[in-house]
Ligand binder design. Structure first.
Ligand code: GDP
Length: 491
């Protein structure tokens, strides 16, 4: 176990992660930009800043930074200083910068933090970082700043996890969900249920320790009702949000499949609203998977145009078809494109049979070439059993909005339900909630069947442990490392 509970501001650590080294990293993405930021956190941060920074009142550009004075270590908190970062051995300026100082505990990590805003080129930032490291800081590991914020009690584990969700958010809705979690909504919800559970445990333990003095102890019927109403039901509510949350957070995977020349690449381009795939009248143009993203009702959608699933002799085409099969296995929704202007072929039907059980939409394309649209539906239903069919023209865009609506329906998207305060667990929380729910049901059964009260207490204690896992009060080391390994360096 990594942590023991010790109050919000003071946790006891048993792991080597409790380091007091001063860490530093470039916090902005690699590449060229107007501004790049270097972050330093730890006990030496202010001293390092004082050694390297020369403040200057006037904007002059001489290379020798002899204009300024040393920054006192006790400079003002949360104030922006203008000056230069210099090599203290030569006093040569590395870059003209703005420097922000955030002494502990009013900082992201609750340690002393310095942020240096320099010019955003790779050279300027690496020279400054090298100077900082030379003063005794070490390179931060991925997610180490957030890890320290967690270790120092500024955030709990659900909030730390939400930081990475904010960084990775691809749509406004995903961002809203992550921001809500960073603000502590999931933590508050979980803490409330945990507190109700502890309340029941207090009564159960009192009944074990003082069996003769039961006047202050709730009856077993009341405890059972309390467990159901205040613990089991809210856990189920939370778990129900999971699937929807996954889609908003992780996005939806769509795969386009169909025989050659039916218009798969044209459909991809039409959904993306740009020419991403080559469209040609010659079959077999798409040999590899083509992947891109767009949005449907605030949900990030990854769409893949596959090479089709037909028999092929060409070895390159064969590899493409194998890749297509693998991609189709993991897709949330499959769009099977058929050519509405032609007869349905045995190959069309064979593709369909391959996907039994997956949400599949039959996209009848080239509808602009069909003179009598009434003939389309009977043609499809003659082969497919109650298919979800959408008629489109990838050439002129007809039916594409309707198709997007059908995709949303196929995965039961309800974006209007995602309010700013919707609490959505991730997979790790969901697993813990499932186990917790089983413990609570087992406790309720034990109470119903008048089993020994000690067994009830055991189940409830285990359930409390599951909540502790979610909040990070009690987490296995490998889970902890897995969470922070998802972060980038500098966050
Ligand atoms: P794929 O092999 O299934 O990816 O098919 P393509 O997207 O490359 O299209 C094959 C041919 O059909 C091209 O000549 C397209 O211009 C044409 N095509 C695709 N969609 C439509 C459509 O909706 N209407 C018409 N009239 N032609 C289309």
């Amino acid at each position: 176990m990594l942590l023991k509970e010790g109050g919000p501001h003071k946790r006891r650590f048993t792991h080597q992660i409790m380091k007091t080294a001063t860490i530093a990293a470039v916090a902005t993405p690699p590449g060229i930009g107007g501004v790049g930021i270097i972050k330093i956190s730890g006990p030496e941060a202010l001293k390092i800043a004082a050694t390297l920074f020369r403040s200057c009142k006037n904007d002059n550009n001489t290379r020798k930074a002899d204009r300024g004075h040393l920054l006192p270590i006790n400079f003002q908190s949360h104030r922006l200083y203008y000056g230069h970062i210099v090599d203290p051995e030569t006093e040569n300026s590395a870059d003209e910068v703005l420097l922000a100082a955030m002494p502990a505990p009013r900082s992201y990590t609750r340690e002393d933090v310095i942020e240096i805003q320099a010019h955003g080129g790779a050279a300027a930032l690496s020279v400054i970082l090298a100077l900082v490291l030379r003063q005794g800081a070490r390179m931060a590991e991925p997610g180490e700043f957030t890890q320290r914020a967690f270790m120092n009690g500024r955030i709990d584990l659900t909030q730390a996890e939400a930081v990475i969700d904010i960084i990775n958010a691809r749509t406004e809705t995903a961002l809203k969900i992550a921001a809500n979690q960073v603000s502590g909504q999931l933590k508050i919800t979980v803490e409330n249920i945990r507190s109700n559970l502890l309340d029941v445990l207090v009564h159960i333990e009192a009944a074990i320790d003082f069996p003769e003095d039961i006047s202050d102890i709730l009856s077993m019927t009341d405890l059972k009702a309390k467990l159901h109403r205040e613990v089991a039901v809210p856990i189920v509510d939370l778990m129900q949000n999971y699937r929807e949350g996954c889609i908003y957070r992780d996005g939806l995977k769509l795969a386009i499949v169909g025989c050659p020349n039916v218009g798969k690449s044209s459909l991809l381009n039409c959904l993306l609203k740009r020419d991403r795939a080559i469209v040609s009248p010659f079959p077999g143009t798409t040999r590899d998977l083509i992947e891109d993203s767009f949005q449907i009702q605030g949900v990030p959608v990854t769409i893949t145009d596959t090479a089709g699933l037909h028999e092929a002799e060409d070895p390159i085409e064969k590899i493409g078809i194998q890749k297509a099969r693998e991609c189709l296995k993991t897709a949330d929704v499959i769009l099977q494109v058929i050519d509405g202007s032609e007869e349905i072929t045995a190959d069309d039907y064979e593709i369909f049979s391959f996907f039994c059980g997956k949400p599949l939409i039959v996209v009848v394309n080239k509808i602009d070439l069909v003179l009598d649209r009434k003939t389309v539906a009977p043609k499809v239903t003659a082969h497919w059993d109650a298919p979800l069919t959408v008629e489109v023209s990838a050439l002129n865009g007809d039916g594409i909005d309707h198709l997007k609506g059908c995709i949303a329906d196929a995965v039961a998207l309800k974006p209007q339900d995602v309010h700013h305060d919707t609490v959505i667990p991730n997979l790790r929380h969901q697993r813990a909630l499932e186990k917790c729910h089983r413990n609570v049901l087992s406790a309720i059964n034990a109470l119903e069947e008048n089993r020994t009260i000690e067994l009830v207490a055991l189940d409830i204690q285990e359930a409390v442990g599951r909540f502790d896992e979610i909040l990070g009060l009690n987490v296995d080391n490998d889970i902890f490392e897995k969470i922070f390994s998802r972060f980038c360096i500098g966050k």
